[in-house]
Design a protein around this ligand. Structure first.
Ligand code: PEP
Length: 249
C-alpha cells in the first residue's frame, strides 16, 4: 500500500504561502517519494495552490458541506472544491467536531458528498484525553467509524485518519504500541463491515507528527501515512516527514 502524507494547514496561509506549495511540489517531483503527497490549504488558496502544484502533489480541502449548493452562508460544497482543483477533502476533523458540533451522521453526509464530487474523503476519528483515560478509546473510535464512514467505502474513495484529540497540536503522541493497537482495531472494524477488499483503505496517524518522530510512526504496522498539522506549514519540515516513509517491502 502506498502511503499518503497529507498536510492540514488549518486557518493558516495567505498568498505568500504559495511559495511553500511550489517548494514542496518541486521536492516531491525531484525526490519521487514512495508516497502520495497532499496539502490541504485554506479554501481561499485552493485554486492557486492547484495551479502551482500542477499535479506534482495533490491539493485538498479541509471540510465540505453535504449539499451541492444552496443557502448555506460561508459553506463550501465538495463540487466547489473539485472545481477549484481539489482531489481530496478532510471531513470530521476533531476541530470541526468539537468547535462546530459536527455529529457522526453529518460527517458521514460530508463523506458521501465528497464521493459524489469525485473527491477522496479523509475521514477523521479519535478519542479525547478523558476517553483515553477512561479506557474507552477503542469503543469511541469504533462508534465514530460506524457513524462517520458511509456504506460503500473503499480504498479509492476513502482514507481514515486516526487522530487522538489530545495529541493534536500538543507535542504529545501515543506510544508506538498504542498507535499499533488502535490502527489494528480500526482495520478490524473496517474489515468486519466492508470485507477484505477494504484492507487497502489507508489508515493515517495524525497528532504531533514531526520530522523527529515520523520515521518511527510511519513504520508501525497498519499505519498508511500521516495527517500532519503544524509541521506541514514549513516546506523543509514537511519534506523531512515525507522522506521518512519506509520503502515498501
Ligand atoms: C491535525 O490538525 O490534523 C494535526 C494532526 O495537527 P498537528 O500535527 O499540529 O498535531
Amino acid at each position: 500500500m502506498r502511503q499518503l502524507i497529507a498536510g492540514n494547514w488549518k486557518m493558516n496561509g495567505i498568498s505568500a504561502a504559495l511559495a511553500d506549495i511550489e517548494t514542496i511540489s518541486e521536492i516531491a517531483a525531484t525526490s519521487a517519494p514512495d508516497a502520495d503527497i497532499l496539502i490541504c490549504p485554506p479554501a481561499t488558496l485552493i485554486w492557486r495552490a492547484a495551479q502551482t502544484a500542477a499535479g506534482r502533489i495533490g491539493i485538498g480541502g479541509q471540510d465540505c458541506h453535504p449539499e451541492i449548493s444552496g443557502a448555506f452562508t460561508g459553506d463550501i460544497s465538495a463540487e466547489m472544491l473539485r472545481d477549484a482543483g481539489a482531489t481530496a477533502v478532510i471531513v470530521g476533523h476533531s476541530e470541526r467536531r468539537q468547535l462546530h458540533g459536527e455529529s457522526n451522521s453529518f460527517v458521514s453526509a460530508k463523506a458521501s458528498a465528497a464521493w459524489r464530487a469525485g473527491l477522496l474523503a479523509i475521514i477523521c476519528v479519535g478519542e479525547t484525553e478523558a476517553e483515553r483515560a477512561s479506557g474507552d478509546h477503542l469503543g469511541v473510535c469504533k462508534d465514530q467509524l460506524s457513524g462517520s464512514v458511509p456504506d460503500g467505502a473503499d480504498s479509492t474513495n476513502t482514507v481514515v485518519a486516526y487522530e487522538p484529540v489530545w495529541a493534536i497540536g500538543t507535542g504529545k503522541t501515543p506510544t508506538m504500541d498504542d498507535i499499533g493497537s488502535m490502527h489494528a482495531h480500526i482495520r478490524r472494524c473496517l474489515t468486519a463491515r466492508f470485507g477484505s477488499e477494504s484492507n487497502a483503505i489507508r489508515i493515517l496517524y495524525g497528532g504531533s507528527v514531526k520530522p523527529t518522530n515520523a520515521r518511527e510512526i510511519l513504520a508501525v504496522p497498519e499505519v498508511g501515512g500521516a495527517l500532519v498539522g503544524g509541521a506541514s506549514l514549513k516546506a523543509e519540515e514537511f519534506h523531512r516527514i515525507f522522506s521518512a516513509v519506509p520503502p515498501r517491502g
